[in-house]
Design a protein around this ligand. Structure first.
Ligand code: SAH
Ligand code: SF4
Ligand code: F3S
Length: 469
């Protein structure tokens, strides 16, 4: 999953007099989904969206600790707010998410101005926790917690595409990764609750959903139930089939897939179910078997290749994206070259790259064979250049093709254009002018003839409304 920083602002009218809030979200889609739920809770409590981080009455940082630089970013943001709080004690300062979980009380010692430190499992409890803050307490909520079904309505950033959590946490033991320690054990939501959420989204006009889990292939393994054929009753494949017919939803995506658990049954379901988009995000992390073993990933490069071959047999045009780590402890030059070879051989549409960053409490952080910074920088630089070249080659196939694009919003760089994504997840820009006096708007499915290709995005000319499927 990509780690980005997004500011959350709202355009709705204020509701009551509790003051304004600001949320900044770091990290992955899980955090974005949690932020949307927390924003919904704040608005239900009577907070209104603020338009400036530095004047809001409540500031919430939803944090990420996947790599050291993500964690450090939070401290620099917090420093500024702590200073503001000293001059303005009425400010409420909240740290949520993965740094909160990792650091807990230590965060209060480091930034005594904080009012509330809350781990990701407590996102739905924001109101209860803030009530304790209002009663004068400084609160740390990081204990393991059964995630309650969300009873509030999230305030979602998009009116077209929505995240839907299906499994929280992760039970894997990848030796580099903090996620299991900050997100806790796997907890799958019941399929009925997921379906209800999707039906509600459809009723409110959403057209695309992305089912979310750190290891989405683990979906259902903590739920009871065995079928007549002796297999688990609840799997991602079954879930896709169970939600596929929700009327109004046109596109279904899911992330993140794990090569260890990815099944042929899932590929078959994706090929059969028309709403499931032709895009797979399957991190491989390394192109070398010994490194994969050291990472405790539980698969070989050969298995990974077979998964991709099988996808391409069934869904020839499918886009494949992934995550990779370079300069893992002990990674030799030859092993690193095998990662480059795999990227080239697969021909990825997109790869999120990272240099290994030692994380507190993870096994690999204590290994003696850490690589020097200059090796990390050099490898990251080289792998990025390769990813861009390979992605450009993949983009080239779209030239002059007609692609269905779901319009998601206005292009911020050119308001005469809309932007959206192809079913294969390529960002695409096109003119909002539909040629009939009624412009295209977010939520429309538009056939776009691709005229310009770039490594990670496309531009094109929309066909008329009569062509819409
Ligand atoms: N659950 C997903 C990944 C979640 S973390 C999976 O299993 O693939 C998102 C990405 O961050 C990972 O895929 C990995 O590429 C990267 N990452 C995680 N820990 C890292 C670390 N310690 N250093 C560098 N990159 C890391
Ligand atoms: Fe981290 Fe591995 Fe779990 Fe992904 S599967 S979140 S990399 S421990
Ligand atoms: Fe970061 Fe936590 Fe996601 S560490 S990548 S925000 S699960």
């Amino acid at each position: 999953m990509t780690a980005t920083v997004t500011g959350q602002r709202a355009d709705q009218a204020p509701t009551t007099r509790r003051g304004s809030y600001w949320i900044t979200t770091f990290g992955c889609q899980m955090n974005k989904a949690d932020s949307e739920r927390m924003a919904g809770i704040l608005e239900a409590m009577g907070y209104r969206p603020g338009d400036d981080e530095h004047t809001a009455d409540l500031v919430l940082y939803n944090t990420c600790t996947i790599r050291d630089n993500a964690e450090q970013k939070v401290y620099s943001y917090l420093g500024r707010q702590a200073q503001r709080k000293r001059a303005n004690p009425g400010l409420t300062l909240v740290v949520a998410g993965c740094v909160a979980q990792q650091e807990g009380e230590a965060l209060l010692r480091r930034v005594p101005e904080l009012d509330l430190v809350m781990g990701p499992q407590h996102a739905n409890r924001l109101e209860t926790l803030l009530t304790r803050v209002e009663n004068g307490q400084q609160v740390v909520a990081t204990e393991e917690h059964h995630i309650l079904e969300d009873i509030t309505t999230a305030r979602r950033d998009s009116a077209v595409c929505a995240w839907v959590n299906v499994i929280y946490g992760c039970n894997e033991h990848c030796t580099y990764c903090v996620v299991p320690s900050v997100r806790g054990r796997e907890q799958s939501r019941r399929p009925e609750a997921i379906r209800r959420e999707i039906e509600d989204l459809a009723a409110r006009g959403y057209r695309e959903i992305t089912l979310l889990g750190q290891n989405i292939d683990a979906y259902g393994r903590d739920l009871p139930g065995i079928t007549g054929e002796g297999r688990r009753e609840h799997t991602l494949t079954d879930l896709l089939r169970a939600v596929h017919d929700v009327r109004g939803i046109e596109r279904i995506r899911f992330a993140t897939s794990h090569p260890r658990y990815f099944t042929d049954r899932l590929i078959d379901a994706c090929a059969d179910l028309p709403k499931v988009c032709e895009h797979f995000h399957i991190p491989f992390q390394s192109g070398d078997d010994a490194v994969l073993r050291a990472m405790a990933r539980g698969y070989t490069v050969e298995r990974y290749r077979r998964i991709i071959d099988r996808i391409r047999e069934r869904i020839p045009d499918a886009a494949i994206s992934a995550d990779v780590i370079v300069a893992f402890p002990g990674e030799s030059d030859a092993q690193y070259r095998r990662t480059l070879d795999l990227i080239e051989a697969i021909g990825f549409d997109q790869v999120n790259t990272a240099a290994y960053s030692p994380r507190p409490g993870t096994p690999a952080a204590d290994w003696p064979d850490q690589l020097p910074e200059e090796v990390k920088v050099a490898r990251l630089h080289e792998v990025n250049a390769l990813v861009e070249r390979v992605a450009a080659a993949r983009s080239a196939r779209y030239l002059e093709r007609t692609e269905q694009v779901l319009a998601e919003g206005i292009n911020p760089r050119d308001p005469s254009q809309l932007m959206g994504r192809t079913r294969t997840n390529r960002l695409t820009f096109f003119s909002a002018d539909a040629g009939d006096g009624r412009p295209w708007v977010p939520g429309d499915l538009v056939d776009v003839v691709i005229e310009t290709v770039r490594p990670f995005s496309l531009s094109g000319r929309p066909l008329g409304r009569d062509r819409v499927r």
